[in-house]
Design a protein around this ligand. Structure first.
Ligand code: APR
Ligand code: ZN
Length: 368
């Protein structure tokens, strides 16, 4: 099969036609990948922000059709349509049974770049290829754990379903699950990419009255308005903290989300929330980033809460149907997130378009 392979940090993805796929092992499922979003986290593996072993098939935001199931798999059957989850969720471990499926204990193996037993089902030129997030949706076929998917109705277009797998679950989940947004709140969102736009639409659903979108590209700020932002700030032209202060009579935002992954904007998000407010950190920083916060003011005198947000604090088995329900009810924009449909051979150009701020999401479509 054809796949986009990262062979080393800071090198372009190679498009290979010779990738061989071993059949699904016990507890695994073979997926015909129909569509995959190109997310900033894929680019972050390429540039070394997220360290993963190479060579690796990237891609972690996908949907497709079950082709074959391995021994013991009863949750899905051939022909089922599924959203792939970039965090496996077993439903039975300590964290899963505490409503924290996004921290499933089975997910620890993902850092090795293989499936749950540490090995991969892909080879190219006789050498093993790793799979990002136990998935690897930059390939037209994927062998993945059965606990890394949620069955969906067949009338949901698979390119729409793909986006749920990362950007929508993460962004909308940050607003609905992680944060405590109250009706009438002022919310700031730093970074209006594929994930940040979903934080914005989640904040709107949660009842925020003022949603201040911050980005360095005006085109992104236009998209932010379409997704529910009431005010926009171009960070290259104005200080975002000052702008949020002006909009709130000097008080600060009730909730601020950082959806970029930089030290400076994380610290800015924390500083722009009001006393008693909360900052939610969604963006994935480099591994060596340390934050500098004044302990007395941040946590004591101003009593701020700083929350991390992994995978939108989602429990995928419940949240995927919930998000599809919101979409069907016209409350969630999904088609509008797709700026471009591309072939897998165009993935390097999609990375460039993302860095230039040209797209909300590029979505790879596979033939057949
Ligand atoms: N100030 C303001 N906006 C910025 C800045 C900055 N210094 N740097 C980047 N941005 C904006 C970009 O212009 C872009 O619109 O942040 C947005 C990031 O969006 P994408 O590149 O589309 O990334 P996305 O897929 O949304 O992911 C965002 O969440 O899941 C994580 O790893 C992911 O850390 C990444 C973050
Ligand atoms: Zn992602």
């Amino acid at each position: 099969m054809k796949a986009a392979v990262l062979t080393g940090v800071d090198t372009p993805l190679e498009i290979r036609d010779d990738v061989e796929v071993a059949g699904p092992g016990p507890g695994e499922v073979q997926i015909r990948v129909a569509a995959s979003g190109v997310c900033h986290s894929d680019l972050s593996v390429q540039n070394g922000t997220i360290p993963l072993p190479t060579p690796i098939v990237l891609g972690h935001e996908g949907a497709g059709v079950v082709e074959e199931v391995g021994e013991g798999v009863t949750s899905v059957a051939p022909g089922d349509h599924v959203v792939l989850s970039f965090v496996p969720s077993c439903g039975t471990c300590y964290t899963c049974t505490r409503q924290q499926g996004f921290l499933c204990e089975q997910a620890a193996m993902q850092a090795m770049g293989g499936l749950l037993d540490g090995t991969t089902r892909l080879t190219s030129g006789g050498a093993p290829l790793h799979q990002m997030a136990c998935l690897g949706t930059f390939g037209s076929t994927a062998i993945v754990p059965a606990i890394s998917m949620v069955k969906i109705p067949e009338d949901v277009p698979l390119e729409v379903a793909a986006l749920i797998g990362c950007g929508v679950l993460t962004g909308v989940g940050a607003a609905l699950n992680t944060a405590d947004i109250r009706a009438g709140d002022t919310v700031a969102v730093l970074g209006c990419g594929g994930v940040g736009l979903n934080v914005i639409q989640g904040a709107k659903i949660a009842g925020a009255e003022h949603i201040v979108a911050v980005d360095r590209f005006d085109a992104k700020l236009d998209m932010a308005r379409d997704f529910g932002a009431t005010d926009v700030v171009n960070a290259g032209e104005r200080d975002a903290g000052g702008a949020v202060g002006e909009l709130t009579g000097g008080r600060g935002a009730d909730v601020a989300f950082e959806v970029i992954g930089l030290k400076s904007t994380m610290e800015q998000a924390i500083s722009m929330v009001r006393p008693g407010g909360e900052a939610v950190l969604v963006g994935v920083p480099r591994m060596d980033v340390m934050l500098e916060l004044n302990a007395a003011f941040t946590f004591l005198y101003l009593n701020k809460t700083v929350k991390g947000c992994w995978y939108g604090s989602a429990n995928v088995a419940e949240d995927v149907p919930k998000l599809l329900g919101l979409w069907k009810a016209g409350q969630l924009k999904l088609e509008e997130l797709i700026s471009r449909e591309i072939g897998v051979e165009d993935v390097n150009e999609a990375f460039t378009a993302m860095e230039k701020g040209e797209v909300a999401r590029s979505v790879i479509r596979y033939d057949g």
